[in-house]
Ligand binder design. Structure first.
Ligand SMILES: CC(C)=CCC/C(C)=C/CC/C(C)=C/COP(=O)(O)O
Length: 246
């Protein structure tokens, strides 16, 4: 009879059920498994809340799915031959070329409008590096076990994977470019595609889990709002531009 527990421990104390369990914020789907205490009594093992159960299930699904998508994680992986191409994409979304390119552009720019845009792009890139490093350092989620740590120039927090710095940068730069460069429609589409492909390639390379990239996209998208809010201009930062124009 399933309703009458045969195990003596279960007869002593039944797990919190129904209303009682719910009131304590516990998940009915994860009822505690009673264990015997030294005195022979069943000691109720606290069960996790529904939110915790849902969170763990999401993470488990994320790990499984990301592993399946990591088809370029090594040369011998299913799509290993595409790895060099994805590594090229990795460099295209890396902080070093973006910072170097922006600094170079700033040095060469002769128009005040161009300098203003590039100065704000520099601010955006630095802000992105700082925020991503802070979140990575706080969350400390390890990179997927199938990732080969052969990345192009990393800093210490880059051993962590949440969020994907490439995804934040790609999303933020994409918004920035679409707002500040006058581009023909096909080029605008290309910029959006580049950002999406950079994000997807992080999972295919085995560098990240899907949730790292998804959160990275959201974070990068919002970072652009911060850049817009603190937009540096001769009006908002006259001292900076005065020095510049000397
Ligand atoms: C000036 C200075 C501190 C430059 C640092 C540039 C640099 C090494 C950025 C790191 C870029 C990177 C490897 C991000 C990691 O991207 P994930 O998508 O793997 O999170």
């Amino acid at each position: 009879d399933r309703r009458t527990p045969s195990h003596p421990a279960l007869q002593h104390e039944s797990p919190p059920q129904g209303d009682q369990g719910r009131r304590r914020g516990r998940c009915p789907a994860a009822m505690p498994s009673p264990r015997s205490s030294p005195a022979g009594r069943a000691a109720p093992v606290p069960s996790p809340s529904c939110a915790a159960v849902a969170f763990r299930s999401l993470l488990a699904a994320d790990l499984r799915f990301s592993r399946q998508l990591g088809v370029c994680a090594g040369e011998r992986s299913a799509w290993g031959s595409a790895r060099p191409l994805l590594r090229l994409l990795e460099v295209s979304g890396h902080g070093v070329p973006w910072l170097a390119g922006t600094l170079y552009g700033l040095g060469r720019s002769e128009s005040p409008a161009g300098r203003e845009v590039l100065l704000n792009l520099l601010f955006a890139l630095v802000l992105d590096l700082v925020l991503v490093a802070m979140v990575k350092g706080l969350v400390r989620r390890r990179r997927p076990t199938h990732n080969k740590m052969d990345m192009f120039v990393t800093i210490s927090v880059d051993k962590y994977s949440f969020p994907s710095g490439h995804a934040t940068r790609a999303a933020m730069v994409c918004r920035f470019v679409l707002h500040h460069l006058v581009l023909a429609i096909p080029l605008r589409v290309l910029v959006v595609l580049w950002a999406i492909i950079v994000g997807i390639s992080r999972v295919m390379l085995g560098r990240h889990n899907v949730t790292d990239v998804a959160f990275g996209f959201i974070m990068g998208y919002m970072q652009y709002n911060v850049v817009k809010y603190f937009w540096l201009s001769p009006l908002s930062a006259p001292a900076l531009f005065a020095v510049w124009n000397q």
